[in-house]
Design a protein around this ligand. Structure first.
Ligand code: OOG
Ligand code: NI
Length: 466
């Protein structure tokens, strides 16, 4: 496949350099292959999703055409997101540089402490349209917040353990520097980079701490044990994108997969919005812990699971405020949040207040849309340019398709964390959003997701001449 041209802001790249998009595609494929070998149930999930998607597209030609028009059809089969959790600012800052080699940049800030998980997070992902169409691979990345651990001795012990580990291979670090210095990597270096980067995300069945330390960390929070006790930030799930998550969920149950009870996010609708997610429970895996004295001791750890997601319309701040209010309304009547038996009924009822047809969503400014000329519009572009966008649509000269949401939802993410850490525990942390501290650790700002969608919408309108 041809490389996309070098970005204008990057230093001049020699012609032999491969594009960041190409490196990301190689990496996403390598991660998927590795995870399928490590967690075979993930392979089952991929097959199931491919089947559901094929059936959905066959039954809904309008949806198939919409995906085709918007460059989403080709990416659907390779689309994934993954998640990792790191322990120190230094680890996060180096990840930022590692992902940048693959054209993945931090977008959004998520505070999960409000939901009882002592982390804050961002998503590394491609940002511009061509890169997303090429391969939208994203990694939800969380930074542990040891400052939320009350026990000072345990906090310091954990910090010491983390300070002693190196989660990147020397060759990966060298290749990151090379890419920064030279403005990219050639094909041989790109392949080496992918192989070396993969090492950071691999599962290690041998812990770095004794079983008693692991347990003490886990008693503070299971997530702390997961981050601190291992050689690196193992990828904890990979998530394919389905076009019908209810069908995929039913399939999981039919195949006896231990799926989460409810789907996180908005309810089923005619016009999907944002993101709906479900997962299968984390596997219990055997781990070898070094003994305090000599030898080692076997134990288990649950961290790695599989997830499925369905993506829909990206909402404007106004649409998002409505979403947050209706979700809070559905959850408020049940302290257990999204676990109650009648939760889906309550969710459906609450969301009756959210318009469910694209023209209304667009006219009320609830979502972002991509405008394009129809065949009639292409035949007479000057007629389009003289009309306001709404009139061009009414006259059949232009179309407006939903811009897909590429990001995450903090309440859903917390639900996914909780269902997969095992132990059904709830911790209460006071709200501690601290974006500045996160960006300082990251060594750069996180992009604002709303401005990215707004820019895409504006660019499509400008291209119409409206
Ligand atoms: C991340 C959970 C968040 C999602 O899809 O919302 C996430 C984690 O468990 O580390 O991946
Ligand atoms: Ni996820």
């Amino acid at each position: 496949m041809p490389d996309s041209p070098a970005s204008q802001t990057a230093p001049m790249r020699a012609p032999a350099m491969v594009s960041p998009d190409q490196i990301r595609s190689l990496f996403a494929q390598a991660m998927s292959d590795m995870y399928r070998a490590e967690v075979p149930l993930y392979g089952t999930l991929m097959e199931l999703v491919a089947q559901v998607n094929a059936t959905t597209l066959q039954a809904d030609p309008a949806l198939a055409a919409q995906l085709q028009r918007n460059g989403e059809r080709a990416r659907l089969d390779v689309e994934r997101h993954g998640a990792i959790r790191v322990g120190t600012a230094q680890e996060l800052a180096t990840l930022r540089r590692l992902f940048a080699v693959m054209g993945m940049h931090p977008v959004g800030y998520y505070d999960l402490s409000v939901a009882g998980v002592p982390v804050h997070s961002t998503a590394f992902r491609p940002v511009d349209e061509a890169a997303l169409a090429r391969n939208p691979f994203r990694v939800f990345t969380s930074l542990l917040r040891l400052e939320l651990v009350e026990d000072a001795a345990l906090r310091e012990h954990a910090a010491r353990i983390l300070a002693d580990r190196q989660i990147f291979t020397p060759a990966a670090l060298t290749l990151i520097e090379r890419s920064e210095r030279e403005g990219g990597l050639n094909e041989e270096h790109a392949r080496q980079f992918v192989a070396e980067a993969l090492e950071t995300f691999r599962w290690h069945g041998d812990a770095t701490v004794s079983h008693s330390t692991y347990q003490a960390l886990g008693d503070a929070h299971r997530l702390i044990a997961d981050v601190v006790s291992f050689h690196g930030p193992h990828i904890n799930h990979l998530t394919p994108r389905t076009l019908d998550i209810d069908a995929a969920q039913a399939q999981m149950h039919a195949r006896g997969i231990d799926a989460k009870a409810v789907i996180e996010g908005p309810p089923r609708r005619q016009c999907p919005i944002l993101l709906r997610q479900t997962s299968f429970k984390a596997l219990e895996e055997v781990v070898r812990f070094p003994a305090d004295g000599e030898g080692s001791e076997l134990g288990t750890h649950t961290a790695r699971f599989g997830e499925i997601e369905q993506r829909g319309l990206a909402l404007t701040p106004k649409g998002r405020a409505l979403y947050d209010a209706l979700l809070a309304q559905a959850r408020a009547s049940d302290a257990a949040g999204s676990t109650g038996d009648d939760y889906s009924a309550r969710l459906q009822a609450a969301f009756a207040g959210f318009p469910d047809d694209y023209p209304t969503l667009r006219r009320e400014g609830l979502g972002y849309f991509r405008y394009a000329l129809t065949a009639a519009g292409r035949a007479d572009p000057r007629a389009v340019a003289s009309l306001p966008a709404e009139a061009a649509i009414a006259a059949g000269l232009a179309s407006a398709d939903p811009i897909v949401y590429e990001d995450f939802l903090p309440v859903s993410a917390a639900g996914i964390f909780q269902s997969n850490l095992g132990g059904g525990e709830q911790r209460a942390y006071a709200a501690h959003a601290n974006r500045e501290v996160f960006e300082q650790a990251l060594g750069g700002a996180v992009a604002d997701e709303f401005s990215i969608y707004a820019r895409l919408e504006r660019a499509s309108l400008e291209a119409l001449g409206c």
